[in-house]
Design a protein around this ligand. Structure first.
Ligand code: GCU
Length: 687
């Protein structure tokens, strides 16, 4: 693939003379890194700045020259080192961990981090602006919204025929593992990924699947983990590990994995100490327990909190965090029980455990109560954990959302969740403020995303999908950032300053969520994809009559999950009162969640005035029509970028346009057959 696939948005392409004319003189002549040690983020900050300035401006700067005489300089430093050398930072510059201060007003440019990582982030910020021809002369101070900004990779040690070696990964095989049970010899992709993550201020990455394989923690693989951590460290990226709950049995030789058993406790303490001996800055663990067949504490009648605290105690002396996943539900549920509901599971399992977790546990909650669907209400669990730190789990990998073969720019979806007001205790309580800890006065919050980059030369299998990885980092730092502004930054950095490209990418990306929702599953019915195996392509029949609980309850008369309290599963009742009342009634439930909360006849009139079935028909046509415009929009930029990336994107957009018609016809036919109600517009499937 084209020149810069692996650099992603960090191309540092040379600016045209028209942008740089008369401006180069003001760029400092040398780079000083205060107290930088070998392979430290501060050292990286210096070399990255050097590389960036050379690429963007064509200037060669020396780092820490022997004699710099009176030359102007970039000073890259931690706040402490700066103070020791030059005195206090100006008043009002208050930095918390990973924050930084950038001063470009004077002849010397100051890039000062609260810590080394912050200084590196400051360099990336400076270069990002420069690459966009923004020669700003200003002071900029920024701090993160939350300390936990983690990527999760679902990489497997072993390749398996269907999915390669990354579960739900669509960008090739693992960059960490060879597919034969070992950490790769050649880990040259790792620092390249570390650089991308660091540039958007993601500070940790979990390097193995949540469906964890304990053999990663044996023999030479332990050396491998250490090598991976060593390669990420200069980028200020820590690693985390997913743990398999039954490891004491599978690799520890014990006959139990009961979290209260002394032998089990010793096993985890020893293993954790061994990790920290090798990786002293290990960020912590992620644990998926008692979910989808995984073992967990409930196997021994212990609570999930007792299970989580087992790891938390082992991690505590090292300062590590335990990210405990709330994705716990019964996947063998009784679909004939009108009151059964997977959407209730998280509150049922975790609600009463609030306050019972150790203080280095963070409960990691998927954004919706089911599973990364095209439209879900926010998980009600966010309204329940008042005495527990929480992180939201997003997906950059497009598991249910077209698997990178369809363009789907995710930030508008994410923002709809962050910006939802839960009305806890009848007061303003945006989900983003629950996550940050503001609402419940918690100390630590987090944004995590399943990223699943792979060996593909575009990382994610699609150039345009990289905007989602970029945006995840930006939003984890500042969740109120505007989706279009993030996208415009990304487009300039990735494809250059052409306005035409920016307009094309923005137009398509901002239409991509509504289009995909329209031609897949709308009105809150979920994505309607094949939920049993591939999670790809239309298969509405797969939702029902199985234990997985992604039911639509569609029959010949009516459709939708009844989640009301008066007649259904009472999932609506899990939300704080004001929201609960809104979702309890069809009158106050928005159309886009109507079938999520209500079971209604196909002829039910929506707020839009349309019937449910006619909305289905129309939306599917609209969605496919929108997707059909994408290749034409992209054609307009032919010649404005390299052919290779142009063609790669075009190929995917054409495929999407075609596949959206497959979706349209499959879904419309399915519900026409089921309901027997014709499309008012008389449209029939093209054969
Ligand atoms: C989804 C996904 C699985 C994954 C699970 C999880 O169900 O399809 O592959 O293991 O989520 O998040 O744990």
């Amino acid at each position: 693939v084209a020149e810069d696939g692996l650099n992603g948005w960090l191309r540092y392409a040379k600016l045209d003379d028209c942008h740089t004319k008369g401006r180069l003189e003001s760029i400092p002549k040398t780079i000083i890194t205060l107290n930088a040690t070998k392979d430290s983020p501060l050292e990286t900050a210096g070399t990255e700045l050097q590389t960036g300035i050379s690429g963007i401006l064509g200037l060669d700067l020396e780092i820490n020259p022997e004699s710099s005489s009176n030359a102007t300089k970039f000073v890259i430093s931690t706040a402490d080192a700066y103070k020791a050398e030059y005195g206090d930072l100006p008043e009002g510059v208050d930095l918390i961990d990973d924050g930084f201060y950038l001063n470009t007003k004077d002849a010397d440019v100051l890039i000062i981090g609260s810590n080394q990582r912050g200084a590196l982030y400051g360099v990336f910020e400076y270069l990002s602006r420069l690459a966009q021809a923004d020669f700003f002369k200003d002071v900029y101070v920024t701090n993160p919204e939350v300390p936990v900004r983690w990527a999760n990779q679902w990489d497997n040690l072993w390749a398996n025929g269907t999915h390669g070696s990354i579960e739900r990964g669509y960008g090739g095989v693992s960059i960490f593992y060879d597919g034969f049970g070992h950490v790769r010899e050649d880990l040259s992709r790792v620092p390249l990924l570390g650089r991308l993550l660091s540039s958007v201020r993601i500070n940790a990455i979990v390097i193995n699947n949540v469906n964890a394989d304990a053999s990663l923690f044996q023999g030479t693989n332990l050396d491998g983990i250490q090598r991976i951590a060593d390669l990420f460290r200069p980028w200020g990226v820590q690693i985390g590990l997913s743990q398999y709950f039954a490891s004491p049995q599978t690799i520890g030789g014990l006959d139990t994995f009961d979290p209260l058993d002394e032998g089990v406790i010793t096993f985890w303490t020893d293993l954790t100490n061994e990790f920290y001996r090798r990786v002293p800055d290990l960020a912590g663990f992620v644990v998926k327990a008692n979910s989808e067949g995984q073992p967990g504490p409930i196997t021994y009648n212990r609570t999930l909190a007792e299970g989580a605290n087992l790891f938390a105690k082992a991690l505590k002396p090292h300062g590590g965090l335990l990210m405990f996943r709330a994705f716990v539900y019964n996947h063998l549920a009784d679909w004939e029980d009108w009151h059964a509901d997977r959407a209730n599971a998280q509150v049922e399992f975790f609600g009463e455990l609030d306050g019972k977790f150790d203080d280095n546990v963070v409960v990691q909650i998927k954004y919706g109560p089911i599973d990364f669907q095209v439209r879900e209400p926010v998980s009600p669990l966010f309204g329940h954990l008042r005495n527990t730190d929480v992180a939201i789990e997003l997906q950059v990998t497009q598991e249910y959302l077209g698997q990178q073969c369809h363009l789907f720019y995710l930030p508008p979806l994410w923002r709809s969740i962050f910006d939802f007001d839960m009305r806890v205790d009848g007061k303003e309580s945006y989900v983003r403020d629950i996550i940050s800890g503001k609402v419940f006065n918690r100390k630590r919050g987090g944004y995590t995303a399943v990223t699943n980059v792979g060996m593909n030369a575009t990382w994610l299998g699609s150039h345009l999908a990289m905007s989602n990885l970029y945006a995840f980092g930006r939003l984890a730092w500042e969740p109120t950032l505007d989706s279009v502004e993030i996208l415009e930054d990304w487009t300039r950095l990735t494809f250059g300053l052409s306005r035409g490209i920016r307009e094309a990418v923005t137009e398509m990306s901002m239409l991509s969520w509504p289009a995909y929702e329209n031609y897949t599953g709308n009105l809150g019915i979920q994505t309607l994809t094949d939920i049993l195996y591939t999670h790809y392509g239309p298969k509405p029949a797969s939702q029902d009559n199985n234990g997985w609980g992604q039911w639509t309850r569609a029959n010949s008369e009516s459709i939708g999950m009844d989640r009301t309290c008066w007649n259904g599963t009472c999932n609506a009742g899990q939300y704080p009162d004001e929201v609960a009342q809104r979702f309890e009634e069809t009158d106050t439930t928005p159309d886009d969640l109507m079938l999520w909360f209500h079971h209604v006849p196909y002829t039910f009139k929506l707020h839009s005035g349309k019937s449910v079935i006619q909305h289905f028909y129309d939306a599917h046509y609209e969605g496919a029509e929108t997707a059909a415009t994408f290749p034409d929009i992209w054609e307009n930029v032919r010649g404005k970028l390299d052919d290779e990336r142009f063609e790669h994107v075009l190929h995917r957009l054409k495929y999407q346009a075609g596949h959206s018609i497959v979706w349209r016809d499959a879904i419309n036919e399915f519900y026409r057959n089921l309901s027997g109600i014709p499309d008012e517009a008389g449209r029939v499937r093209n054969h």
